[in-house]
Design a protein around this ligand. Structure first.
Ligand code: KQY
Length: 370
């Protein structure tokens, strides 16, 4: 049965007061949403290599859930041709292809209803350090998906991208101060005000604040590149043992917070370390294939990229992880396989996605099974 569309006013009932909450990514899904890469100032060579990588990610996820890929009209035929028939290709305009961040944060209700949170979005920092302008098409994606699914959409009063949060589905959320409290996102807000919004809109009880995200992450420290829940009471953390590398101090700082924390149910957290790939840098021939436009983020030869094995997607029966460094891919895959014994870990070559500034988690958004 179709549900009414609700444009939520801040003063009215919140998702929490109505009984909605955000489930963990490892809870069952009905579908996964993605977008099709095409902008030439993010993706080299007209996005052809990135399109192949996105297609491989979509196929791996489609092994155990329906995958929708949203495409701008001018790329519709190309995407339909490149993606196998079971992938559902739908016209859905966007400025870039990071469905984690511009897509819905889905909520479920114990009575079986689905809803979504519609955050403010400013392309990772607006005109003060954001990654491109304009972002008007990205901003309409959630409204359009709410229309397609016929579900309530709760408009939240903060700038937040989906990659900035992870939840355990049992009341705990992890995020970073660097991102959520950044002056280019929510300049007026401190921890307490932000926690109130997160509680009201996601139905969580407790926030664990990590200070910073990965070194040089262009999202201003999204947690999904640094640390994520793999089960209640258990997190994966990107780890760097080289003290000369700035990532080492960031990972150690995060570990100290995680080891001192308890979750919403009072449990201590078990931390599983995943080695940092690389360090990885943009090669000369990679940078030369990218258009330089006045409003876009520069991608120069030699620039370090924020590569991380933590940026994986947890599907119903598969875990799809990025392959980024031949010296460490197998070790990272073995750790993940140990963490998800009931799922098949699939590695997908993901350097082309990393060249755009994110990875597999950033380009996917799970639609939970209510
Ligand atoms: O970390 C993510 N969730 C998204 C990365 C976005 C990069 C934009 N170039």
């Amino acid at each position: 049965m179709n549900q009414p569309m609700i444009e939520h006013a801040a003063a009215a009932a919140t998702p929490r007061s109505l009984g909605f909450a955000m489930p963990a990514e490892f809870a069952p899904h009905d579908a996964c949403w993605m977008l099709w890469p095409q902008r030439p100032d993010t993706w080299r060579y007209g996005a052809k290599p990135a399109q192949q990588a996105f297609a491989e990610v979509a196929c791996a996820i489609a092994e155990s859930e329906t995958v929708f890929v949203g495409v701008n009209d001018d790329q519709y035929e190309n995407a339909r041709h490149q993606l196998p028939a079971p992938i559902r290709v739908v016209e859905l305009s966007s400025n870039d292809a990071w469905m984690r961040d511009m897509g819905p944060t889905f909520l479920t209700h114990p009575d079986g209803r689905l809803a979504m949170v519609d955050w403010e979005f400013n392309a990772w920092g607006g005109l003060a350090g954001g990654l491109y302008f304009p972002w008007d098409k990205d901003r309409r994606i959630r409204t359009k998906i709410a229309e397609m699914l016929g579900i309530p959409r709760f408009a939240a009063p903060v700038v937040l991208e989906g990659g900035a949060i992870h939840v355990d589905g049992e009341g705990t959320l992890i995020t970073t101060e660097e991102c959520l409290l950044n002056a280019n996102r929510n300049p007026e807000m401190g921890r307490e005000a932000m926690e109130t919004v997160l509680r009201d809109y996601l139905g969580i009880e407790k926030v664990i604040w990590l200070p910073r995200g990965c070194h040089l992450d262009e999202t201003d420290g999204h947690v999904d590149n640094l640390c994520c829940f793999v089960a209640p009471g258990q997190v994966a953390l990107t780890w760097c043992g080289d003290d000369a590398d700035p990532q080492a101090a960031i990972s150690r700082e995060a570990l100290a917070v995680l080891e001192a924390a308890t979750d919403a149910r009072g449990r201590p957290l078990t931390v599983h370390k995943l080695p940092q790939p690389g360090p990885l840098h943009i090669a000369e021939d990679e940078a030369s294939g990218i258009d330089r436009l006045s409003h876009s983020h520069p991608r120069r030869p030699g620039d370090r990229m924020a590569g991380s094995y933590v940026n994986f997607y947890i599907g119903n029966a598969v875990v799809v992880m990025p392959l980024l460094d031949p010296a460490l891919d197998d070790a990272a895959k073995a750790i993940l396989q140990g963490l998800f014994p009931d799922k098949r870990v699939i590695g997908v070559p993901a350097r082309e996605i990393l060249l755009g500034g994110g990875n597999i988690h950033c380009i996917t958004q799970q639609q939970p099974r209510p």
